[in-house]
Design a protein around this ligand. Sequence first.
Ligand SMILES: Cc1cc2nc3c(=O)[nH]c(=O)nc-3n(C[C@H](O)[C@H](O)[C@H](O)COP(=O)(O)OP(=O)(O)OC[C@H]3O[C@@H](n4cnc5c(N)ncnc54)[C@H](O)[C@@H]3O)c2cc1C
Length: 471
Amino acid sequence: MIAAQLAELLGAKQVSVNADTLAAYRFDRWCLKHWQDWRGEALDAPACVVRPRGSAEVQAVVRFSAEHNVAIVPWGLGSGVCGGIEPQPDQILIDMSAMNRVLSIDEENLLLTVEAGINGLVAEEAVAARGLTIGHWPQSIGISSVGGWVSTRASGQFSTAYGNIEDIVYAIEMVLPDGELVTLGKAPRAAAGPDLRHLALGAEGTHGVVTSVTLSLRRQPETQRFSAWYCADMASGFRAQREIVQQDWRPPVMRQYDASEVARLFPDYVQDEQCLILLVHEGPAPRVDAEIHAVESIMVELGLDPADAAAAEGWMSHRNNVPEWRDLLEQGLIADTIEVSGTWSQIDAIYEDVVAALKTVPDCVNASAHSSHVYRSGINLYFTFACMPEDASAMDARYLESWDRALTSTASAGGGIAHHHGAGRLRRDYLRHDLGENGLALLRKLKQAIDPQGLLNPRNLLPPEAPDEST
Ligand SMILES: Cc1cc2nc3c(=O)[nH]c(=O)nc-3n(C[C@H](O)[C@H](O)[C@H](O)COP(=O)(O)OP(=O)(O)OC[C@H]3O[C@@H](n4cnc5c(N)ncnc54)[C@H](O)[C@@H]3O)c2cc1C
């Protein structure tokens, strides 16, 4: 019924109830769902998949949803890793990937406007052809959409200099749950009330459907160079990174791997169980030269040893190669990554506590971390854990226990529980650690005001108020 009515609105080609199509949209890249699917568990599929071709069609679908009280789940390119997409059999999945046009490239003001479903790499290549760059390079750039970046508050690998998505977004067009279209963001900077773009940034499809995005571009850097350093332990590396950013140097990439990750990811560069810091320097040649020189002085003064810059160059060329969940599951491993952040005063404890906490989970075979996004006030940490239970039925429990221990330890040490992957269904019960109970109550009030019928991606992001509401 739902599909037939939507087909009348959008045309039959834009609506699918084909079983294979519905199955392909049951979940995003959340490891737990891949595991459940792999072991043959039946997972819910949406009632239908619609593929709007423009904002007006999105409005039509949203108005239909409001009129018939049918929920909608937005899908960008499905690369989210926190369970932001889990459509139920009575819900419409709105696949944004047919809205993939470049709408304008303004070379004078360095602005790019795209439809929200465009693949991030396609958008980057469109501006690269004009000598420009978005400067937003998530590892998933080739499998994620610009609307998804906005909706999850994504971070790119070059964020230390170029900022996270909230620093790059200029304007956002969004269809609200009542079907009205709103454009948020108008000028290079505004003091015209609260910044309403933040109602879309990180909303994970719960406040509306993002239909187009304007991003602030930069010219491609004149020079790119690499450097690398060893540090005796994570704490001494953090100290060096703090000194670099607080002296106002901005290498776009600074990544620090603990000894365990050096052994696993950079076996050619292992040296005495030391940690490894990789840097990419970009910009006008004289500034890059000055930065490399300044970084060298800081590192030497703090007692770090130089490493082969080829390690950083190698990272650059292979940086987006990752195993599929299935490859790991086939080896009997349930694994994931957990990104958190903390101030410089907190980060040593967060690193030590979380690694120790992960190792207490039964069947843990890996607990390691690297940092990858640096701020004047602090830094992120990106933990990797893997468990290999002999009894496969323990996998869900090991997985959820690892997440629980990592997030609880981070929060106890004062850190933030989500640096850039969003919350989805995986982190929603931990959101109170970051927002506080009153902050969470405020977010609920906002959701209620924006989406009184609760039709936009229900049960995502916000924890259920009553336990039995949980999916
Ligand atoms: C291998 C790999 C590497 C990754 N690396 C990074 C990384 O470096 N940095 C990073 O930040 N993330 C990374 N991610 C996570 C993921 O790619 C990002 O969260 C990305 O922003 C999701 O974009 P998407 O288009 O795939 O969104 P989806 O997965 O389709 O959706 C994500 C959420 O946003 C909502 N949504 C999507 N589009 C819209 C829209 N147009 N309007 C309203 N709501 C919408 C969905 O409902 C869902 O809740 C990685 C993921 C993988 C699998």
